[in-house]
Design a protein around this ligand. Structure first.
Ligand SMILES: [Zn+2]
Length: 313
């Protein structure tokens, strides 16, 4: 993965310092609050610290300022990252609203972006973002009752770094087992491709058999234990866990929580600081995530309706 910085623009809008981020080979332009980005994780803090602030640059000459360029990331994925960055508390409801508003094909595109968002979060080591992306993925699969596809598995086991994809793989394997043990046509289609997938990706085969072993140990029935369904608590009665998975089963912090409360739920109980931000073309008003609910900000990202991206279905 390659990251670079180069000469470009850091500006200041309405008294808030903004950093310019270019994403992808096309260098799609995002103007984001410097503090918000730096506070999100060490990755951005480290990379943005090297960019001079307007106050330290000479005479506010924009042409002499700097930019962060993420050449290997997808701009459409990054738009969803920006939504999360600015509206964490409303992220899940925003995704849910989007799935109601956009077409199934567009939802598949959004799904693909969420997968890449999860991988991006792994790369920059931002567990809260990983887990928000995972929640959104599960909810979207549940809404449309999607199964796991051979193409998605081939992507996770053939194209992705094993460490970055470890949580996605865990969830995908659970989805594979659930799909295979269904009684419908999709199960037969997947079963017909299983030998080819196992031959191509031995790790997939090992993970699948390990999953079945764990399910058998816990006396779970893979025909009805649905990985689309994230149950709204970690401490469950025995009957509840038959039909879905604990809230944090596929979260990156899973091992440290046990049956306790999801740390992201606790963190989201605190209001984020709202900061006014204005996009250069002054489009797209979206309510901020701050405690001042009446204050509207101009979102630095476009609407999810406009996203277009590689489909993994
Ligand atoms: Zn959790």
């Amino acid at each position: 993965m390659r990251w670079s910085t180069s000469k470009a623009v850091v500006g200041s809008f309405e008294g808030c310092e903004v950093v310019r981020v270019l994403v992808g080979e096309e260098q799609r332009d995002f103007n984001l609050h410097r503090k918000l980005l730096c506070d999100s994780c060490a990755f951005f803090q480290t990379h943005i610290e090297t960019i001079p602030s307007p106050s330290s640059s000479q005479d506010g000459d924009e042409d002499e300022d700097s930019v962060l360029w993420l050449p290997n990331e997808a701009p459409d994925m990054f738009e969803i990252f920006v939504l999360w960055l600015y509206q964490r508390r409303k992220f899940s409801s925003f995704i849910e609203t989007a799935t109601q508003r956009i077409s199934p094909d567009e939802c598949r595109t959004m799904r693909t972006n969420l997968v890449h968002l999860h991988l991006f979060a792994a790369v920059i080591d931002l567990p809260a973002l990983q887990d928000a992306a995972m929640d959104a993925l599960q909810d979207t699969y549940l809404r449309f009752d999607w199964d796991m596809s051979p193409r998605f598995l081939a992507f996770l086991y053939g194209d992705c770094d094993a460490q970055h994809a470890v949580r996605l793989r865990k969830w995908a394997i659970a989805m594979l087992a659930w799909t295979l043990h269904g009684a419908d046509e999709k199960a037969a289609v997947m079963a017909g491709q299983l030998d080819r997938l196992f031959a191509a990706y031995p790790d997939l085969q090992a993970d699948y058999h390990m999953h079945l072993h764990k399910m058998a140990q816990s006396r779970a029935d893979v025909r009805i234990k649905n990985p689309q369904l994230r149950l709204p608590a970690n401490k469950l009665r025995s009957g509840e866990r038959l039909f879905g998975f604990r809230q944090c089963t596929f979260h990156s912090h899973r091992a440290t929580v046990g049956e306790g409360t999801c740390p992201h739920a606790l963190a989201l109980g605190h209001a984020l600081v709202a900061m006014p931000v204005r996009r250069r073309d002054n489009k797209d008003e979206i309510e901020s995530d701050g405690s001042d609910a009446d204050r509207l900000i101009i979102s630095p990202v476009r609407d999810l309706n406009e996203i277009s991206y590689l489909d993994l279905s």
